[in-house]
Design a protein around this ligand. Structure first.
Ligand SMILES: [Ca+2]
Ligand SMILES: [Ca+2]
Ligand SMILES: [Ca+2]
Length: 182
């Protein structure tokens, strides 16, 4: 009796599996509209957030200074204490995510000698610290690192400057088009 029951159990799923020669066509999943991004983080704020060493999600000055020094040292194998602009671009790519992200080397290199020294970099981040620490408690919280966008944004990005949509482009019309009946 038991072997027969097991056989039935084993056979049951077969009814649902496609027979040889059947073709299963899956419709593509509908695109999920992105939640409008009203809160963003500047590249340099992303770097500052990653400087939290003790895990309290806040960045204090000593943490930022250590972090900035270590970041420069990573691109300064000969320990010259400075980065030329090309090396600064590599630094920016790693820590800010893009060579062109702010701050630019021109901004940080205060004496315009073509090199960003550790002192210049620390000075720049010290001013950033003062800017981000809005409540003046000598620590930068994640809330202080957020930038709030005032520009209306939808799934396709900022809506400013876009041509107004025609009435035909109402959500219903949109759905019909995406339904694939052409
Ligand atoms: Ca911390
Ligand atoms: Ca300089
Ligand atoms: Ca603060």
């Amino acid at each position: 009796m038991i072997p027969f029951a097991l056989l039935l159990l084993a056979a049951a799923p077969v009814q649902d599996t496609p027979q040889q020669g059947d073709i299963t066509v899956r419709a593509p999943l509908p695109a999920t509209p992105q939640t409008p991004a009203t809160m963003v983080v500047e590249p340099v704020a992303m770097m500052i957030a990653a400087c939290d060493r003790d895990g309290d999600a806040k960045v204090e000055r000593y943490e930022l200074e250590e972090c900035v020094a270590a970041s420069l040292a990573a691109f300064d194998p000969n320990k010259t204490g400075k980065l030329r602009y090309i090396a600064f671009g590599d630094w920016a790519l790693r820590y800010l995510g893009d060579r062109a992200a702010l701050p630019s080397p021109y901004e940080v290199d205060r004496d315009n000698d073509g090199e960003v020294t550790l002192a210049e970099l620390q000075d720049h981040f010290s001013r950033l610290f003062a800017r981000y620490d809005r409540d003046g408690d000598h620590a930068i919280s994640r809330a202080e690192l957020l930038t709030y966008r005032t520009m209306p944004v939808d799934a396709r990005g900022p809506t400013a400057g876009r041509r107004p949509e025609k009435k035909d482009d109402a959500p219903d019309g949109d759905k019909r088009r995406r339904g694939g009946r052409r």
